[in-house]
Ligand binder design. Structure first.
Ligand SMILES: [Zn+2]
Length: 184
């Protein structure tokens, strides 16, 4: 299988392969890394790419709303996942946080209270993992800046340099995703 990819060379030391939300591949490589080696690296990950492309949840237009049972299951799984992701990213952002709650909402992806309690939308579990992580980092960064100022976005970018792509996914697919919460 031949795989197309976008190559981004930089001062990094290792190769990294990323599957973007639209299903395309991106390879980050050291500046002088031989192209043939990169091709081989990508080919050796063909199975991984195939598996993840298939697993990628792409909310199709008109996908029926989730049942109450499905939403409850999503919420349950969300408690675990958001707790894990917040614990992973909080040290990178350099903050602590309080309670984490998970709801199925049609209006927002997450919030952060003045006391540091975090609230996340369980529908994010249907989005690519990078997008879910973006919302976690976004809310954690509100522990530093309780606004959407340039200073706030600079903090988000420090932890997730590619956050704009992830944010765009939510802009493009967010309303379809929220529609799955049904008439509530
Ligand atoms: Zn915000």
């Amino acid at each position: 299988m031949e795989l197309n990819y976008t190559l981004i060379r930089s001062d990094r030391r290792t190769l990294a392969l990323r599957l973007l939300p639209d299903g395309s591949l991106e390879v980050r490589a050291p500046r002088r890394f031989p192209r043939a080696e990169i091709d081989r690296f990508v080919r050796s990950h063909a199975g991984w790419v195939e598996k993840h492309r298939q697993a990628r949840p792409t909310p199709a237009a008109g996908t029926p709303p989730l049942t109450a049972g499905e939403l409850a299951a999503l919420k349950q799984r969300g408690k675990q996942i958001f707790a894990q992701r917040a614990a992973r990213y909080a040290p990178l952002v350099g903050v602590d946080y309080g309670q984490i709650s998970v709801r199925c909402q049609k209006t927002k992806w997450g919030s952060c209270s003045a006391k540091g309690n975090l609230n996340f939308n369980c529908l994010l579990l249907l989005a690519p993992g990078e997008v879910l992580d973006y919302v976690v980092v976004h809310e954690l960064c509100h522990r530093l800046e309780m606004n959407h100022s340039a200073r706030f976005w600079a903090q988000v970018r420090r932890v997730l340099p590619d956050y704009e792509q992830r944010k765009k996914w939510l802009r493009d697919h967010g309303s379809e995703l929220m529609a799955r919460a049904g008439e509530k």
